[in-house]
Design a protein around this ligand. Structure first.
Ligand SMILES: Nc1nc2c(c(=O)[nH]1)N[C@@H](CN(C=O)c1ccc(C(=O)N[C@@H](CCC(=O)O)C(=O)O)cc1)CN2
Length: 284
């Protein structure tokens, strides 16, 4: 038996069509939501993701503000653009595409952002609000995953979830989201220091694989019927995506998110949700 597909492309398309209507309502009131992006360097993956975000904006009627700096940009040059986006009234929300080049203090850049314009939910103030259970823009990939699971009827309430990874965009915030009362899952966070990863994985009803290690999750590690989300992105010699999940997992899992076509489009859709919600909040 083959796993059911957690179709991120289709779910994201549905979210975008709802957002298009909400943006139209805002525009009728003279409010134009605008997403800013700051891309530093020439990483082809990051360039592709940013281009995708602006394509999505065009589809739903959100204005685009694109800022780019070379990989040689200094901390000060990057921070100057952040200050500019903070002050730009046309930019109602923005993101700094991560990772930033080596030698740049990413946390200092994130901290300098206006938390009210943080479309990624990664500003320390907004991550703190998530910890405190206060309203805040939610980190895009983790909330995209929650919506993808809900859309496909995967039960979160009481589920045993294993998150593999501890990065700032997914691994750290994912357990915070899943353990809220509204999701009510039990989460084990695993990482490169976990002694017996397979033992944890075999107990999981849901696996979120965000380690960036090609084919880390093997069929024999997965409980039959589990939902498996492949979030890892490595590239082969032709630039093709290789996920964290071995293709054989499709024969064991109950649900599987393809990669590409699973969590990536949901990350982008959730970004638009954050931009629209911020514009709606500001309009009241
Ligand atoms: N500021 C941020 N930086 C990064 C984030 C983030 O949420 N905020 N997450 C990742 C990259 N990311 C978003 O920026 C992202 C990853 C993947 C996709 C996507 O649509 N992927 C497609 C495949 C595209 C391809 O062929 O390469 C898919 O999965 O179908 C969008 C956004 C790190 N940085």
């Amino acid at each position: 038996m083959s796993a059911q597909i957690l179709d991120g492309k289709a779910t994201a398309a549905q979210i975008k069509s709802e957002l298009k209507e909400r943006v139209a309502v805002l525009r009728e009131r003279g409010i134009v939501p605008g997403l800013g992006t700051l891309l530093v360097g020439e990483d082809p993956g990051s360039q592709k993701y940013v281009a995708g975000k602006h394509r999505d904006c065009a589809q739903v009627g959100i204005a685009s503000i694109q800022r780019e700096l070379p990989a040689s940009a200094t901390q000060e040059e990057i921070e100057d653009v952040v200050r500019e986006l903070n002050a730009d009234p046309a930019c109602t929300g923005y993101i700094v595409q991560l990772p930033l080049p080596k030698g740049i203090d990413e946390n200092r850049v994130l901290e300098l952002m206006d938390p009210d314009k943080d479309a990624d939910g990664l500003h320390p103030m907004n991550l703190g609000r998530l910890v405190l259970n206060e309203p805040a823009p939610l980190p895009c990939t983790p909330y995209g995953i929650v919506r993808l699971l809900r859309q496909h009827g995967v039960e979160l309430n009481g589920a045993e979830v294993v998150v593999v990874g501890r990065g700032v965009t997914i691994g750290r915030p994912m357990p915070l989201l899943l353990t809220r009362r509204s999701e009510n899952a039990t989460v084990t966070q695993c990482h490169t220091g976990t002694r017996d990863l397979s033992a944890h994985l075999r107990r999981a009803d849901i696996v979120v694989a965000a380690a960036g290690v090609p084919h880390l999750i093997k069929p024999e590690d997965v409980k039959p019927g589990a939902a498996v989300l492949d979030v890892g992105v490595s590239r082969d010699e032709n630039g093709k995506i290789v996920g964290d999940v071995h293709p054989g997992v499709a024969e064991v899992a109950g649900w599987l998110s393809p990669n590409p076509g699973g969590v990536g489009p949901m990350t982008r859709a959730q970004l638009l949700v954050n931009v629209v919600e911020a514009a709606e909040r500001a309009a009241v």
